[in-house]
Design a protein around this ligand. Structure first.
Ligand code: NAD
Ligand code: IPM
Ligand code: MN
Length: 361
């Protein structure tokens, strides 16, 4: 079998720190499950801007297209705040998502029972939580035109963006979400703001139109403000949530805290063929970078998603998830999930512990 190419894009700040731990895990599962993976490295974000003046160099994009899957750390940081908007690190991430057609962003918020105490909600509210947010990733207000900042006749400036969704964009994300819901608990909640925004009136209409294709799935709708409230009030009512780019960004950070920390939330960003880019949901955490404090588990769990969704290796994926569970059983906690009075472990110690747990039968 030809080697399967995995492109690694560490990015900025804690990006390289957490990706280094994920690479240790990849090396072990590659050997244990004879996966035949070939790793290569590329530049994205601020690191790429510093090296070649572009947050998504053409070479990175070409290699991502050629790779079977891509693993990304995180991009961004205050040192690039004053860079031209088109060249900011985040633009590199948005461009790679758009260029690769990665419209389907899966963000699973699963509470490891060992972390019930780390959640900001009461254990009984979150215990057993297993929620999947399906976020549309290449459309909506993130990409709508026109956009910009203009100066009015009065001399006052005005910033503007366009919230736009085509029917075909809504259909494909809805079908993905329905399909995933059918494979899970059979419940899909579509989140919109159809009481105010026309783009989401169409969203709701199209999601309703797709529903009969999936009679085994029960569809409900919520306005996003209510959805945010329900998510922190009674998160276990949800199985799969599907929503647009901006609402999905916000709701998934909120869902992350239900699981104890944003350092626990992995993601898969998939194209129409199921090829994908995998990354933690969190950012580059400049406030803790370089200190060995970052939780690498979201990135390690993103590797598990890569094995499951793109590489078709569910046993290797399950082994990683079980190893993470065992490490948490053993009481290892990075600072973000560590109870007061207990001693947190470093990023590298956490990665090494997952590797050790993978090695033991
Ligand atoms: P952030 O997610 O980087 O950090 C938010 C908070 O969570 C911080 O207190 C941080 O220390 C903590 N945190 C995040 N990841 C953690 C981890 N693995 N372990 C422990 N704690 C963790 O969000 P921010 O501070 O708003 O953004 C920082 C930079 O990251 C910005 O430049 C932003 O644009 C960028 N960003 C990038 C991505 C991405 O690459 N996908 C996602 C979000 C934000
Ligand atoms: C995320 C991030 C990105 C987003 C930023 C960095 C462009 O917040 O991956 O959640 O808004 O999609
Ligand atoms: Mn985000």
């Amino acid at each position: 079998m030809a080697a399967r190419r995995i492109l690694i894009l560490p990015g900025d700040h804690i990006g390289p720190e957490i990706v280094a731990e994920a690479e240790k895990v990849i090396a072990v599962v590659d050997q244990r499950f004879a996966l035949g993976l070939a790793l290569e490295h590329g530049l994205i974000g601020g690191a790429a801007y510093e090296a070649c003046g572009d947050p998504l160099p053409a070479e990175t994009l070409e290699r991502a297209r050629a790779a079977d899957a891509t693993l990304l750390g995180a991009v961004g940081g205050p040192e690039w705040d004053d860079v031209d908007r088109a060249l900011r690190p985040e633009k590199g991430l948005l461009r790679i998502r758009a260029e690769l057609g990665l419209f389907g962003n899966l963000r699973p918020a699963i509470l490891y029972p060992q972390l019930a105490e780390a959640s900001s909600l009461k254990p009984e509210v979150v215990s057993g939580l297993d929620l999947l947010i399906v976020r549309e990733l290449t459309g909506g207000i993130y990409f709508g035109e026109p956009r910009g900042i203009r100066t009015l006749a009065s001399g006052e400036r005005e910033g503007f963006n366009t919230y736009v969704y085509r029917e075909s964009e809504i259909e494909r994300i809805a079908r993905l979400a329905f399909r995933l819901a059918a494979q899970r608990g059979g419940r899909l909640c579509s989140v919109d703001k159809a009481n105010v925004l026309e783009a989401t009136v169409l969203w709701r209409e199209v999601v309703e139109r797709i529903a009969p294709e999936f009679p085994e799935v029960t569809l409900t709708h919520l306005y996003v403000d209510n959805a945010a409230m329900q998510l922190v009030m009674a998160p276990k009512q949800f199985d799969v949530m599907v929503t647009g780019n901006l609402f999905g960004d916000i709701l998934s950070d909120a869902a992350a805290m239900l699981t104890g920390s944003i350092g626990m939330l992995p993601s898969a960003s998939l194209d129409a063929a199921g090829r994908g880019l995998y990354e933690p949901c969190h950012g580059s955490a400049p406030d803790i970078s370089g200190q060995g404090k970052a939780n690498p588990l979201a990135t390690i769990l993103s590797v598990a998603m890569m094995l499951r969704y793109t590489l078709g290796e569910p046993a290797a994926a399950a082994a990683i998830e079980a190893a993470v569970g065992r490490v948490l059983d053993d009481g290892l906690r990075t600072a973000d999930i560590c109870a007061a009075g207990r001693e947190p472990v470093s990023t590298a110690t956490m990665g090494d512990a997952v590797v050790a747990a993978l090695g033991s039968p």
